[in-house]
Design a protein around this ligand. Sequence first.
Ligand code: KG4
Ligand code: ZN
Length: 338
Amino acid sequence: MTILGIETSCDETSAAIVKGESLKDKVKLISNVIASSLSLHSKTGGIIPEVAAREQVRYIIPVVKKAILPLEVHKDLVDAIAVTVGPGLIGSLLVGIETAKTLAFLWNKPIIPVNHLIGHIYANWIENAGIEFPALSLIVSGGHTDLVLLKEHGKIRWLGGTRDDAAGEAFDKIGRLLGLSYPAGSQIEKLADEVSNDIYKFPRPLIDSNDFDFSFSGLKTAALREVQKLQTLGEEDVKNISYSLQQAIFDVLIKKTFTAAEKFNVKSILLGGGVAANQTLRKRFKLEIENLKLEIPFFVPEKRLCTDNAAMIAAAAFYNYKESNWRKLIADPELYFD
Ligand code: KG4
Ligand code: ZN
């Protein structure tokens, strides 16, 4: 089965083709085209929804055309169209949904609505076999931090999530405080790599709470207090704050994930979402498995499939195939786990 995926939930405009044979195997990645309006947003320190949606209207047709280029006669070779229906920015979601609806009508193909968060989990199945159930997945992005248990394809149990800011959001907001451009996550990673001491020892929110919830908004205040204490914010200060921030956030992510992994006796651990692109976090997951002497395989998508992309949407549709009529498709900006 060949699926065309479309993803426009935030500032990216993406279309991709994946091909799957069996639910027990990986999906093949045929194409994955991503256009971003990030350079416009870095100037404003965050995404302006209206600007993002307007750019997406300009990008969507060329992006879809480029994604289907590897297929000789696209109309006949695509079996279904998958599209993100939420969560996300309403104007942005509508661009993808209306495009998917039009193609489904013109090509007479079924349409599969996909939850963006489930897409982040399924990025792990792209060109990657061997994931066994039950699997535990940590989704860490700019909008979400969630721990979920997958009993099998489509059977997802939400264990916990952030009560306020997401991990990526904490990086972006504190990055702004440090004078970095939006989004700040990968810059914080590079700066933190240049030092090796946790000088600031920021709080580890909810690390010992008896649940799988997270809370990262307090870190903003903690970082602001340190910035205010410094007369001027020098390069070394920015590096040290970045390092301490990463340590604080990652300590909590690791503790909660591995407590859940042991509690639910999982057979695979999956990481996903933009923050999963962080090498330090990826290394710390591997190290924790070694330290705890666990024999649980750890999966993380390649970096370009951690941040928003349409390949993960097409992959999620393949493993959770549920056709919908294009007339019934609606955007749901608040969509979450059931
Ligand atoms: O998944 P994503 O592309 O969009 C959402 O669904 O939110 O994630 C974007 C988030 C941003 O907050 C960005 O700062 C963060 O992922 N991010 C990183 C890294 N690359 C992106 N955070 C930490 N380290 C990185 N290397
Ligand atoms: Zn995302």
